[in-house]
Design a protein around this ligand. Structure first.
Ligand code: SF4
Length: 209
């Protein structure tokens, strides 16, 4: 039976991440579906797709020892670096975060119910809800911390203290033409910093009210 050498994946910007499938997992908005970074490049190679499918099934299982071992050696782990979490993953994510109390677990989800199930439980686990200009109005009822992205040319980011980070639309490593700077933009997207390991805003939630 297939089993990857490592369950976590490596990402130049974000560090180590738990990559999940898009199919059957994401609930994309119109803008998200159009701009999705996980629909091209390394993440759509057969090996990456196979591994993402494995990870989703692994998180539903009961033996999480290998992932605990990997995560416990890291300072931070991004959840769903690709795809999105399912309700049946919540129990395992909480278990792993409890077992790895010195590791920060962070990420973004389009699903308010996932953020509500994970946030406020553990000091080392923080999930942002992602919104964009095409999100359903109901998502703005969420009272927790959020991020905004993709921010396309012409999109106006609401002045809202819940927003921690803004992600300008980028493709092939570059912000697309016509997108201006926003004060809450992820600086790594603009190549002003090397990546999340020197920032941490998305898990420390600095900048939000
Ligand atoms: S704002 Fe910081 S922590 Fe968030 S994605 Fe960008 S570099 Fe990483």
């Amino acid at each position: 039976m297939y089993s990857p050498i490592q369950i976590l994946s490596n990402n130049k910007k974000c560090g180590r991440s738990l990559n999940l499938p898009i199919s059957g997992h994401c609930r994309p908005t119109k803008a998200c579906a159009f701009c999705c970074y996980a629909r091209s490049g390394n993440t759509v190679r057969p090996g990456a797709l196979k591994k993402a499918s494995y990870v989703s099934k692994y998180l539903v299982g009961k033996d999480l020892g290998r992932l605990v071992d990997e995560c416990s050696q890291l300072q931070h782990v991004r959840l769903n670096g690709t795809g999105d979490l399912l309700p049946e993953h919540v129990r395992s994510v909480l278990y792993i975060a409890r077992r790895c109390s010195d590791t920060k677990f962070w990420g973004m989800t389009r699903k308010v119910e996932i953020a509500e199930a994970l946030n406020g439980r553990l000091s080392n686990l923080n999930m942002l809800v992602t919104v964009d200009a095409t999100s359903p109005a109901s998502v703005w009822d969420y009272e927790g911390r959020m991020c905004y992205g993709p921010r396309r040319p012409g999109d106006v980011v609401p002045s809202d203290g819940r927003l921690v980070t803004v992600f300008p639309r980028h493709a092939r490593g570059r912000v697309v033409n016509g997108v201006k700077h926003h004060p809450k933009d992820c600086q790594a997207v603009w190549h002003k910093i090397s990546g999340c390991n020197v920032c941490g805003r998305c898990w420390s939630w600095k900048g939000a009210k």
